[in-house]
Design a protein around this ligand. Structure first.
Ligand SMILES: Cc1cc2nc3c(=O)[nH]c(=O)nc-3n(C[C@H](O)[C@H](O)[C@H](O)COP(=O)(O)O)c2cc1C
Ligand code: SF4
Length: 438
């Protein structure tokens, strides 16, 4: 497949981080082009491009924008830069290497949806992003690219940065809105969707960093050119954050539908060791075994057909040294810790799953625990306010289904089938009991 770089074409140039350097590479030319279009034309172009949200759910961006009610109320644009999904680090790269690319994409998007105020919600741990983006926003204001009557277009827009405090749940759009309003970052039941009733109960569009940056390239090249990349239902390029047992972990931009095995072989410099399993779309995505990984393409439909999902584009690659009982425990520990506690299936279920897998790791597993894990997880799916409960349930179901032998071995022998030893980690629930046995 041909190499196509849209978003990351200039990322290797340090000058791309500054307004002057960005402008030297065509920066803000697309904004000028957008201002010659009607806002509705931009929305139509984004719709026609087939762009789907890059934050996890893959919802069509143009369609989301067209849900805004025409009621004369102020509208807000929120850039979701919380990037909390374990394994994801693409948005950080995008903000650090090309803050103006995001700002330009956001002004174009804000003009399209006629929003006069936007916020970039950046996770608090991303201190470098926070300062790079703040500096770029100041440069943009000084150059008349933000504020009143931008480039003489008659369009006014103000942009601000908001620093989160490192709660995964603030990445969920309604949780993010509550957090921005100064309340507890807890998700709310939908509908109403944010597009109808969001920030300060006003119509609000929440989009991921990569989504908003991609809008610039759709307007630059036209919807038809963008749609030619990838497949009919998965258009454009996608940034993947690849971590784990490969020679060159990192962030790579490839056309959607790129084969996973090529991503590992070409972009990531091949495997370290032998491929055992891949989580293709962040820790909430069902796991694929080696056989499935070797066959699948990285697009929304292919991954769904393989029983997993594209999610946030965090590709976690594991070799033969990884114990699946241990991996599942790490994932469950995260989701239990991050559950906001509003819904019983999530609050209780994530803890229960973590406890069961911990007890297996501690050599106290019972044969019936494997089916119990599946039953609990099945009952956590689709019953809660937000998708965090599913994010714990889906990996559990897939790990147990595809690597059942490792769970059975551990329960029988009290040690890992992979390492031959009991797994010891500090955060295994009740690990002090292990010390008592010794
Ligand atoms: C628990 C949870 C965490 C999420 N975290 C993020 C995140 O860190 N970044 C993000 O862009 N979307 C995240 N999302 C998805 C957002 O709710 C929302 O769908 C997304 O920001 C919309 O942007 P998009 O349409 O451009 O993808 C999360 C969703 C859930 C349920
Ligand atoms: S599913 Fe979990 S994280 Fe989401 S609202 Fe319910 S309790 Fe909170």
């Amino acid at each position: 497949m041909a190499e196509i770089k849209l978003l990351t074409e200039h990322y290797h140039k340090p000058e791309f981080q500054t307004l002057d350097g960005y402008k030297k590479n065509g920066g803000y030319d697309v904004l000028k082009k957008a201002f010659k279009m009607k806002p509705k034309e931009i929305i139509e172009e984004v719709k026609a491009s087939g762009l789907r949200g890059r934050g996890g759910a893959g919802f069509p961006t143009g369609m989301k924008w067209s849900f805004l009610p025409d009621n004369g109320e102020p509208r807000y644009l929120l850039c979701n830069a919380d990037e909390g999904e374990p394994g994801t680090f693409k948005d950080r790269l995008m903000m650090e290497r090309a803050p103006h690319q995001l700002i330009e994409g956001m002004i174009i998007s804000a003009f399209a949806v006629q929003s006069k105020k936007s916020y970039i919600y950046i996770r608090g741990e991303y201190t470098k992003c926070l300062s790079v983006v703040r500096k770029a926003i100041k440069e943009a204001y000084d150059a008349g690219l933000l504020g009143k009557n931008i480039l003489g277009s008659g369009f006014d827009h103000d942009m601000d940065v908001y620093s989160g405090a490192g709660a995964y749940i603030c990445g969920e759009e309604t949780g993010m809105i509550s957090s921005l309003e100064g309340k507890k970052g807890q998700p709310k039941l939908k509908p109403p969707f944010p597009a109808v009733q969001g920030y300060l109960a006003k119509p609000t569009i929440v989009n991921n960093v990569e989504t908003l940056a991609a809008v610039k390239y759709i307007i630059r090249d036209g919807a038809a050119a963008y749609k030619k990349i990838g497949t009919e239902k998965s258009a454009g390029t996608k940034l993947f954050s690849v971590s784990g047992d490969v020679n060159k972990p990192g962030t790579y931009e490839v056309p959607l539908a790129y084969p996973l095995r090529d991503l590992i072989a070409n972009e990531c410099g091949g495997m370290k060791g032998k491929l055992k399993a891949v989580i293709p779309g962040g820790s909430s995505a069902p796991i694929l075994n080696a056989d499935e990984s070797n066959k699948v393409n990285m697009d929304y439909e292919s991954l769904a057909a393989a029983g997993s999902m594209l999610g946030s584009g965090a590709v976690i690659i594991m070799n033969e040294t990884r114990c699946m009982v241990d991996m599942l425990n790490v994932i469950l520990h995260f989701y239990h810790h991050e559950s906001c506690g509003q819904c019983t299936p999530c609050r209780e279920g994530t803890g229960w799953l973590e406890k069961i897998v911990s007890s297996i790791l501690l050599g106290r597993g019972r044969p019936q625990d494997i089916d119990l894990l599946d039953t609990i997880a099945q009952n956590m799916k689709g019953r809660t306010i937000c998708a965090l409960s599913d994010a714990a349930a889906l990996p559990t179901i897939s790990f147990v289904q595809k690597f059942r032998d490792e769970f059975e071995f551990y329960i029988r022998e009290g040690r890992s089938k992979v390492t031959g030893q009991p797994i010891k980690r500090k955060n295994i629930k009740g690990s002090h009991h292990v010390e008592m046995h010794h």
